[in-house]
Design a protein. Sequence first.
Length: 208
Amino acid sequence: MGVISNGTTLLDSGALDSGVATGAMTLIKTLTASSSGTLSFVDGASSVVFDSTYKEYIFTFTDIHAGTNDTNFTFQASTNTGSSYGVTLTSSFFRAVHGQDGSSGTVSYETDKDLAQSTSFQRIGHSMSSTNNTACLAGMLHVFNPASTTFVKHFIARGSVNYAYDPGYAFDAHVGGYFNTTSAIDAMQFKMSSGNIDAGTIKLYGIK
């Protein structure tokens, strides 16, 4: 017996229909940096799925360490399976910061870190230290329905960075926006604004 709501099949012979969202995360691909200039996830290459299979994709970042001091972790998208990265996007960026000694607890909108109809790479988090071996970035990027050929592609990202100032600070940065294209996005690339990604892991998940 099937259960149908508003024309959508929810249960078919007692089983949850394949088209019903469950929120389950499926690990698609893991890339690990080792003095890497870029890390790229391209649909159809190296077992990567980044198409209409899922309506939402999540990239997670663990222990991202910069090879160059005072550089930024960034991302951009492609509509031509990675032949080029530079889809027009608009974004907003804000952050909270707090010192290890309890000082400088502030929240601020960072106009120099957002983008307006730009093809530049979007930064995630605060600038990073390469001289402090314990400094790193962790966070995530959500991309919604990248295969749509009707709507723009929204994204939200969050990055937590510890920086080697004296006394040391925790930065919690948030960025949200959209790729202003109705073409399907089929690849995503990550890199530092200068130098290499010295170390770290990026995982790609599909959300059912």
